[in-house]
Design a protein around this ligand. Structure first.
Ligand code: GRF
Length: 198
C-alpha cells in the first residue's frame, strides 16, 4: 500500500494549549480536539467552533485501565474519521492499540533535542545536566515514549540564569513555529509519513 496524505487532523491537549493556539493562527485545519481533562485548550477549541471530545481521565493511580481508556479514544477518532493525530501537551500515555491502528500517523512535540532528555522532566533534566543547548523535537510517536522517528528539531541556547520556566518558554517559542510548519507540510503532501494507516 502506498503512503496516503492524511486530511483529518485531531489535536490532543491537556493544558494551556499554546501549541494548539499556534496551529489555529497558522490556519491548520483541525477536525477534532481531544482532552483528558478540562483545560484551557479545550475551552479555546469550543470558542472557535472546533468539535471537541473530553475523555476525562479520573484515575491517575496504578489501577488506571490504560487499555480501556485508549479504546474510548480510538472510538472517538474513528467516529470523526481522523487519520492524523498531533499530541500537543497531552499528559496521558496511551496504550499500544492506538499506535498499532495509527502506525506512523501520530505526532508529538517534545521539549528537548531527542534522543536527549526523554520523559516528563525534559527541561529540568537539560538544566541539571548543565547542557549548553536544548530545544524541541517534532517526531512520530510510537508505543515507546519519546522514541519514534524524528521529523524536525530546533535548538535553543541555555542561558546562565535560566529557570525551568524561562527555558521552557524559550523552547515553546520554537515549538510554536515548527509544529504548525511540519503539520502544514504533511497535510499538503510535501512531507510523506513513513507508514500508512491500517
Ligand atoms: C510543550 O512544551 C510540549 O513539548 C510538551 O508540553 C508542552 C505543551 O505546551 N509536551 P502547550 O500546552 O502547548 O502550551
Amino acid at each position: 500500500m502506498s503512503a496516503k496524505t492524511p486530511k483529518n487532523l485531531a489535536v490532543f491537549v491537556s493544558g494551556t494549549g499554546s501549541n494548539f493556539e499556534a496551529m489555529l493562527k497558522e490556519h491548520i485545519p483541525i477536525k477534532l480536539v481531544v482532552a483528558d481533562r478540562p483545560c484551557k485548550a479545550i475551552d479555546r477549541a469550543k470558542e472557535v467552533g472546533i468539535p471537541t471530545a473530553l475523555i476525562e481521565r479520573k484515575n491517575f493511580g496504578t489501577s488506571f485501565d490504560r487499555g480501556l481508556y485508549t479504546q474510548k479514544i480510538l472510538e472517538v477518532l474513528q467516529t470523526h474519521g481522523i487519520d492524523l493525530v498531533a499530541m500537543a501537551g497531552f499528559m496521558t500515555i496511551l496504550g499500544d492499540s492506538l499506535f498499532t491502528t495509527y502506525d506512523g500517523y501520530i505526532l508529538n512535540t517534545h521539549p528537548s533535542l531527542l534522543p536527549l532528555f526523554k520523559g516528563d522532566h525534559a527541561v529540568k533534566d537539560a538544566l541539571e545536566a548543565r547542557a549548553k543547548e536544548t530545544g524541541c523535537t517534532i517526531h512520530i510517536a510510537t508505543a515507546d515514549l519519546d522514541d519514534g522517528p524524528i521529523l524536525a528539531q530546533r535548538s535553543v541556547p541555555i542561558l546562565p540564569n535560566d529557570s525551568i520556566e524561562t527555558l521552557h518558554e524559550r523552547i515553546k517559542i520554537e515549538e510554536r513555529k515548527l509544529y504548525p510548519e511540519v503539520l502544514k507540510n504533511i497535510l499538503v503532501g510535501n512531507l510523506v509519513l513513513p507508514q500508512t494507516v491500517v
